[in-house]
Design a protein around this ligand. Sequence first.
Ligand code: HEM
Length: 509
Amino acid sequence: MSLIIVFLVVFCITFYFYRSKNVSYWSKKGIPTAPGCNWFFGNYKPILFTEKHISTLYTDMYRLYPEAPVVGFVKMSTPGLLIRDPDLIKAVLSTDFNSFGKNEFKIDKKVDKLFGYHPFVLSGEEWKTSRAHSTPSLSYSKLKNYYPVLLHVGDELIKYLNKGCQETSGSGGVIELETKDLGSMFTTDTISNAIYGIENNTFLDRNSLFAQLAKEVFSGNFFDNMRTMVNALFPEICSIVGVRFASKRSEAVLLSLTKKMMKEREESTGETRNDIFQQMLTFRQNGKADIFTDEYIASHLYAYLLDGYETSSILICYALYELAWHIEVQDKLRAEVQEMISRTNGDYTAEDVEGLKYLNMVVCETLRLNVPLPVMSKECTSDYTVSDLPGLDKLLEIKNGTFIIIPVDGLHTDEKYFPSPLKFDPERFTDDEVAKRHKFVYLPFGEGPRKCLGQRFGLLQSKIAIIKIVANFHITPSAKSKYPTKVDPAVFLLRRPEGGAWVNMKPFK
Ligand code: HEM
């Protein structure tokens, strides 16, 4: 008995010293260090206990040392470095990509077949191959093929809203709705159609297969969030005990759906579809069968479904919310949209949409103030040193394995780059204003070789939803939400409005 007690005491002391050794890791090197570092959790206690959203944690750290180029912290027991200096951010994301080309996510393919092959998770040669194969699917010429689908889903969205307004004719035909929910319905259908080639109508069936699959990871419910968080924080343990991002059910459903679709397409003699799925099949048939396995294809399709669905629906959500609270911006935008519609007799092209300057400014400002991915995390993959870093009077040494944070939300709300940063003001994005700023202080899509693959697609689909709504409805604030909304601390990594972002919509006619 006493031997067990001695063993436990020795174990606890060793564990304590092992975990504490990194608490002073950065201060010993003379690097400004975030306060509140705990020997067991590092700086991550508020995240694990969902007291703070991860973006709030890092934005607070960012603001604490306004003149420092970097801030040190500890993630559980791993030293992490938050980069504040835009030139060093440029080096990490772009010029010295070879030392930082890995996203800080570890997922075991054997445990989680869908997430394990996600392009965001892959690194090294596997990532290069995946990126090379994925890029053509989202190129500008392919985007044009998806454009009619986006317009069609936009029309379904308007039908849905009109129906809702007719049903509320007793209260003046005004419909009160939550914009994240509306954005998610729209993007579920655009993505399922453009990526999988499956006509899915979430506006008619809220429980459609794709609505269920897309919601599974970003459901916002407590257990899903905990699973995502624990998986991101303790990947090694999760791989041993078999915790996964994608549930077994969605893995089984998507694998069998992908196989069924493959069989149908391979046997089909009719017209070839032009979706992303078809492009993967073409690669497979053209001698790349060893890479394009069933699991690889299913996983990539799932990646596009999730990436394309969630981030764009967050953009649509906040854009509609900002427009409701900034009527003068809404009126100016509507004038631009109506001019395009009358100029083209309602038959506007993707180029017409992309040519709307004010819409682009509104979208850019929405992404600045409400960036869907408020932090990017990378891993240093080889020892890296920087001398003469402005604001640091010593050499900065970043060791292989160090966790790197790019504090996107902190940069986007720094008054040094964006005066009166909490004011929603699209005029910050005129060509002249953009040219005055450092490119690496505005990063809604990341930058460098790992920059978002679906940027153009995400922007185009979000703009179509906004155009359709602004051309048909007045958007006003609802009593259910305050401005600005708070970030929901229970949702891991991505930004979502706590309690939703509610607005009222009323049709013109
Ligand atoms: C408004 C919409 C979107 C936003 C704000 C957004 C944002 C981002 C960001 C910040 C990254 C990380 C970049 C980095 O690590 O440096 C990323 C990566 C990625 N995004 Fe998006 N995204 C959007 C839409 C889409 C869409 C529509 C798709 C696909 C259909 C997509 C596919 C991807 C993929 C595959 C990656 C991983 C790229 C890689 O690691 O090589 N995204 N996105």
